[in-house]
Write a protein that binds this ligand. Structure first.
Ligand SMILES: [Zn+2]
Ligand SMILES: [Zn+2]
Length: 123
């Protein structure tokens, strides 16, 4: 039972955009008990609570590379484009992202935000 202590959460991850909270058990790029898994970014990780499989883990989120805000990996909060960016930073620096990312974001956005203009068709 002593090993249980090692696995207790380090703390609680809180997304600063959507206020998602979850206990995390590891921060970094190489979660323990996983073989040859190296994450592309330093992430807050928890064991997958839905499986007893040791290798399974969930990435909760990580720091925005621009503003250092902690954000979850949810599509409304951040995106990963070689680094993690929170959506507010993406919006501010939209020009720096390629077309496909912008289009992807357009899709994610709630359609209620814009008035009835048709983004797909240009005149
Ligand atoms: Zn979030
Ligand atoms: Zn940011």
């Amino acid at each position: 039972m002593e090993s249980e202590a090692e696995r207790s959460p380090l703390g609680v991850f809180t997304c600063q955009l959507c206020a998602l909270t979850a206990p995390y058990s590891y921060v970094g790029q190489k979660p323990p008990d996983t073989h040859s898994v190296i994450l592309l970014e330093e992430s807050y990780v928890m064991k997958d609570p839905f499986t007893s499989d040791k290798d399974r883990f969930l990435v909760l989120g990580s720091k925005c590379s621009l503003c250092s805000r902690l954000v979850c990996v949810g599509p409304e909060c951040s995106l990963f484009y070689s680094k993690r960016f929170c959506l507010p930073c993406v919006q501010e620096n939209m020009d720096a992202f390629p077309q496909e990312i912008r289009q992807d974001l357009e899709k994610r956005k709630a359609p209620s935000k814009r008035p009835a203009s048709r983004p797909g068709s240009r005149t």
